[in-house]
Design a protein around this ligand. Structure first.
Ligand code: ATR
Length: 281
C-alpha cells in the first residue's frame, strides 16, 4: 500500500460505514499536515494477529470500532485509566514500539454535552436506556460528573444488573418496562440502545411527567434526529444529537498521531452531516 506520510487507520468489521477517515482527513487538510487516515477492515478471526503485528505495520496509530474494542484493549502494553476502567479501547498509538490505548468515548460524550448544553451536568438523576458496550462508557462518564442515581433501564434486566454490580451504588438497574416510574425524577435521558437506528423500530418511552428543563441525548447519529429525540422534543425537553460525540471522540487520537489538537468546528459537522444525508445511514 502506498501511503502519504504518517498514516493512521480505523480498524473494524465491517468498516465501510465509518466516518472517521472523513473526519481525520478534514483536520489534516485544515491544519496543512502531511499524513493520511484510512479504513482497514479486519475480520474477527484475524484481529489478534493484526494487532500483534501492528507495531511493524507502518501505521502510527488507530481508532478501533465494533467489534474489536475489547481486543484492542487486550493488545495494549499500556492503557489509560478510562480504558482500564472500561476494559475497552477505541484509540491506539505506538510508543517505543509498544501499543498504548485510550478510550475516548467518554470524552466524546461529555464534550458534546458541554458544547451543546452548557450546565447539563448540574447533577441529580440520569436515566440510561440500554446496557450494552456503549452504555458502559456513558455510565462511566455520568459517574465522573456525579450524577446520582444513574438509572439503567434495559430490555434484558440481567445486563443492567451486571452493570450495577460492576459500577456500584450510584447505579440502579430496572427493566425498560418500568421507565414511566423513573421518568418524572430524572434530569438527563440518554439513549444508548440500537433501537431507532436506521430501519430498526424505535424505543417507545412514556415521557409523561418528564421535567421541562430535562435534557435528552442519543448516541446514535444515523439518523441525526432519532425518534427518541423527536419524542423528547415533543414533550418539551432540550435535545442533543449524537454527532458531536463522534466528532469529539476523534480529537484526542488526532492529537496523539499528528501533534495538533484539532477543533471540532461547524464546517466539520456540516461535512459529516452531508455524508450522512447523502449516503443514508
Ligand atoms: P452496543 O455495544 O453498541 O451498546 P449491544 O451490546 O448490542 O450494542 O447493546 C445494544 C443495546 O440496545 C442493549 O441494551 C439492547 O437491549 P438487550 O440487552 O435487551 O438486548 C438494546 N436494544 C436493542 N434493540 C432494542 C429494542 N428494540 N428495544 C429495546 N432495547 C433494545
Amino acid at each position: 500500500m502506498t501511503r502519504m506520510g504518517p498514516t493512521a487507520c480505523v480498524i473494524g468489521w465491517p468498516v465501510g460505514h465509518s466516518r472517521s477517515p472523513l473526519i481525520h482527513r478534514y483536520w489534516l487538510e485544515k491544519y496543512g499536515l502531511d499524513g493520511d487516515y484510512v479504513a482497514t477492515q479486519v475480520p474477527p478471526d484475524r484481529i489478534d494477529a493484526f494487532l500483534a503485528g501492528f507495531a511493524a505495520s507502518g501505521f502510527i496509530g488507530a481508532n478501533v470500532t465494533i467489534p474489536h474494542k475489547e481486543a484492542a484493549f487486550r493488545a495494549a502494553a499500556k492503557a489509560s485509566p478510562v480504558a482500564t476502567a472500561l476494559q475497552v479501547a477505541n484509540t491506539l498509538w505506538l510508543a517505543d514500539g509498544a501499543i498504548h490505548a485510550d478510550n475516548t468515548d467518554c470524552h466524546g460524550f461529555l464534550a458534546n454535552l458541554d458544547e451543546r448544553a452548557p450546565g447539563w451536568d448540574s447533577g441529580g438523576a440520569a436515566i440510561v436506556f440500554g446496557a450494552g458496550g456503549a452504555a458502559r462508557a456513558v455510565i462511566h462518564a455520568l459517574i465522573s460528573r456525579r450524577f446520582d442515581p444513574v438509572i439503567v433501564l434495559n430490555r434484558t434486566l440481567a445486563r443492567a444488573e451486571a452493570l450495577a454490580s460492576h459500577f456500584g451504588p450510584p447505579i440502579v438497574a430496572a427493566p425498560l418496562t418500568d421507565a414511566a416510574q423513573f421518568v418524572p425524577d430524572a434530569n438527563l435521558f440518554v439513549n444508548t440502545t440500537s433501537a431507532g437506528m436506521a430501519d430498526a423500530p424505535p424505543l417507545t418511552i412514556d415521557w409523561h411527567g418528564a421535567p421541562g428543563d430535562a435534557i435528552a441525548t442519543d448516541i446514535v447519529y444515523t439518523p441525526l434526529q432519532t425518534a427518541f429525540l423527536r419524542e423528547a422534543a415533543d414533550h418539551g425537553l432540550k435535545t442533543v444529537d449524537g454527532l458531536g460525540m463522534l466528532l469529539h471522540q476523534a480529537a484526542p487520537g488526532f492529537e496523539r498521531w499528528f501533534g495538533v489538537r484539532p477543533v471540532v468546528d461547524e464546517a466539520l459537522r456540516q461535512r459529516i452531516l452531508a455524508d450522512i444525508t447523502g449516503r443514508g445511514a
